[in-house]
Design a protein around this ligand. Structure first.
Ligand code: HEM
Length: 619
């Protein structure tokens, strides 16, 4: 080392230890001298009592070291000067040097005091003029500026991060909701609410079926509609529906169809796909076939009679006919599916519970997934919902227990109704590997609730639409009665009782059937269905990505003039099914949807509707 300049030594040190600070000049000289004299860097063993460390020389060294670099830490100084840390601390105390941490201070410019004074004066004047002005100022606490001039840096960082995150979310949402080239036409969506607000659905200004008809009128057969935060591709032609319904591998039931329904019934058939769905269908479908339902004809007639006796007197004014139709439908489901008299009347507990359940479901359905947990919390603390939920679980439990008792008394009898089929399928070990392994008790409970809620959904509006159309078209009522008279089914004054209905005479009533078809074709009972693409695909030159929702507007197809030739398709004309439109395309009328996820209750709904309507006309 000797013979080299300090600069060369420093450079060599820097090359070897690039992250360390260069030692003070004195330290280097001291070390060089020690090495030349002893051939080692170690201190020579000392004899006698150790000398005090706070010598003149050390104090000078410490002082010089901190003059050169005031930001140096005590640890660093101790290392450089080869003095212990406690000695450095002691020497610094003697030198009156204090350790400190740098703090950001607010710099004051020359004119700041004047400006502050001016501002303070203005505030005082304003308070004098308007004493509540301070209440109208939004004070923020992102960073507190104190009179000593120090800024809370931590809060500043949090505020900056908050602003960055919000900006990024905003940019993401802006991009997600902006149309990209090649998109189908549609109305620009609002963030989160999509087209629900600007189409008037959310505000209740427009009906969904009308909006879908208007969009088709404006944008053609393919357009996009934002259902809340979900972009749906809407396809309005029969050919589209045919492609989508037929391809069950690519298009599955969309969770959007019944979004958030899993909050109520996580094991419901309507939410399931694949092997699980098949396992549930194996139990439910046989009980909903026409052959089984025909066996309940007498029960349905009795329910219809009860409804007519209570509600349809000549001259009676109805304020809430929908509620009466709901009671009728619920009674039918109770008897047909569960062999139980639900004893539904306007104020019955079950009906109230269904209403509570549905209104909270409806409230939650349009919410995007992001708010699901909010919905869960809301439901947890909503006592009406909790009460309805308890009632349904109690009801399901009671139905299952009663059926179990019945089955233990009559062994090996084939199930007569839905609850019998469900209970005899009970198997807590049921799994999707074995499609015929039955259902667990949790799954049975959810299916009972599904049947009550779904059996209740489409029927009452369909009945109500029949009453509406037939009252607007008395000639249709006349023709129905003539047909009944021809078949000796009309109640006349000289008959003591209403002629009995059988499956045979019901099926021979062709005109009555045309009327029901026309009601289901024209009335927007369920306006649309949604499928989700399970892989990338193309429909009519439109690229559909995996996970994309595809919308089929059932009512648009049911009333499309391209498929209906006898009279205006928006008019109620049952005769069309006897004339030009007799052989209409099977998909020109799809009130129950289509494909493998079509309505499972279709046969029950048809038979029920026909029986009740014919019974009303008979009397
Ligand atoms: C006039 C009365 C009814 C109408 C108009 C109707 C209509 C519909 C429609 C359009 C769908 C969607 C189909 C699709 O996505 O392609 C559906 C599904 C369903 N309906 Fe009905 N329905 C009626 C009555 C019933 C009844 C009485 C039941 C109960 C037994 C029922 C049970 C169901 C179930 C469980 C589903 C879901 C099927 C699945 O996801 O696989 N429906 N209904």
């Amino acid at each position: 080392m000797s013979g080299k300049t300090l600069k060369t030594v420093n450079e060599a040190f820097q090359d070897e230890y690039p992250d360390d600070e260069i030692s003070a000049r004195q330290t280097i000289y001291r070390l060089a001298t020690k090495f030349d004299e002893t051939g080692s860097m170690e201190d020579a063993p000392r004899s006698g009592r150790p000398t005090s460390i706070t010598t003149e020389e050390n104090m000078e060294l410490v002082s010089e070291s901190y003059t050169l670099n005031p930001q140096k830490s005590q640890r660093r100084a101790a290392h450089d000067l080869d003095i212990s840390r406690s000695s450095v601390r002691r020497i610094m105390k003697e030198l009156n040097l204090k350790p400190y941490k740098p703090r950001l201070l607010q710099a004051l410019n020359e004119d700041d005091p004047d400006r502050r004074l001016e501002f303070s004066q203005w505030v005082l004047d304003s308070i004098r003029e308007d004493p509540i002005i301070l209440d109208r100022i939004l004070w923020t606490d992102e960073a507190i500026f104190q009179t000593n001039g120090r800024t809370n840096r931590h809060k500043g960082v949090v505020a900056t991060l908050f602003v960055i995150v919000i900006t990024l979310i905003y940019i993401y949402l802006k991009r997600a909701y902006s149309p990209s080239p090649g998109d189908l036409p549609g109305v620009k969506p609002h963030i989160f609410f999509g087209n629900l607000i600007n189409s008037g659905i959310w505000t209740g200004e427009s009906a969904f079926h009308q909006v879908l008809l208007d969009y088709q009128h404006h944008f053609g057969d393919k357009f996009q509609y934002w259902l809340g935060s979900h972009r749906c591709l809407v396809f309005c032609r029969i050919e589209h529906a045919q492609t989508i319904f037929a391809d069950r591998r690519t298009f599955e039931n969309s969770p959007l169809n019944h979004s958030n329904f899993d909050l109520f019934c996580p094991n419901s058939l309507v939410l399931l796909t694949g092997a699980k769905w098949k396992r549930h269908m194996r139990i439910l479908l046989p009980m909903l076939k026409l052959a089984k339902i025909i066996g309940h004809l007498e029960t349905i007639v009795q329910c219809a009679d009860r409804f007519i006796d209570q509600n349809l007197h000549p001259g009676q004014i109805h304020r809430d006919l929908l509620s009466c139709c709901e009671s009728l439908t619920m009674n039918v489901i109770g008897f047909v599916a569960f062999g139980c008299d639900f004893d539904i009347h306007a104020n019955s507990q079950i009906k109230k519970a269904v209403h509570d359940f549905e209104s909270y479901a409806m409230w939650l359905l349009p919410l995007p997934w992001i708010f699901r947990w909010l919905g869960k919390i809301y439901l947890k603390y909503n006592w009406k919902y909790q009460r309805a939920s308890r009632l349904f679980h109690g009801l399901a439990q009671k139905l299952v227990e009663e059926e179990q008792n019945k089955q233990s008394e009559m062994e090996n009898e084939p199930p007569k109704n839905l609850i019998a089929a469900l209970v005899s399928s009970l198997n807590e070990e049921a799994n999707d590997e074995q499609v015929s392994s039955g259902l667990t008790s949790a799954e049975i409970f959810d299916e009972i609730l599904t049947m009550i809620l779904f059996g209740y959904e489409g029927m009452p509006p369909a009945l109500l639409w029949f009453i509406f159309f037939s009252s607007k078209n008395p000639q249709v009522q006349q023709k129905m009665k003539e047909e009944l008279r021809e078949h000796h089914l009309l109640m006349t004054n000289n008959l003591k009782c209403v002629p009995p209905l059988t499956a045979n005479n019901l099926s021979s009533l062709t005109y009555c059937e045309c009327v029901i078809k026309e009601v289901l074709r024209l009335a927007p009972v369920i306006e649309y269905t949604i499928r989700i693409a399970t892989c990338d695909t193309i429909v009519d030159d439109v690229k559909i990505h995996r996970g994309q929702n595809v919308f089929i507007p059932l009512h648009n197809i049911n009333t499309d003039a391209r498929y209906w030739h006898h009279a205006d398709p928006h008019q109620f004309v049952p005769e069309r099914f006897l004339a030009e439109d007799k052989n209409h395309h099977p998909l020109a009328m799809i009130p129950f949807g289509g494909g493998h996820r079509a309505c499972v209750g279709e046969k029950l709904a048809w038979f029920q509707l026909k029986t009740i309507i014919v019974r009303m006309m008979q009397r």
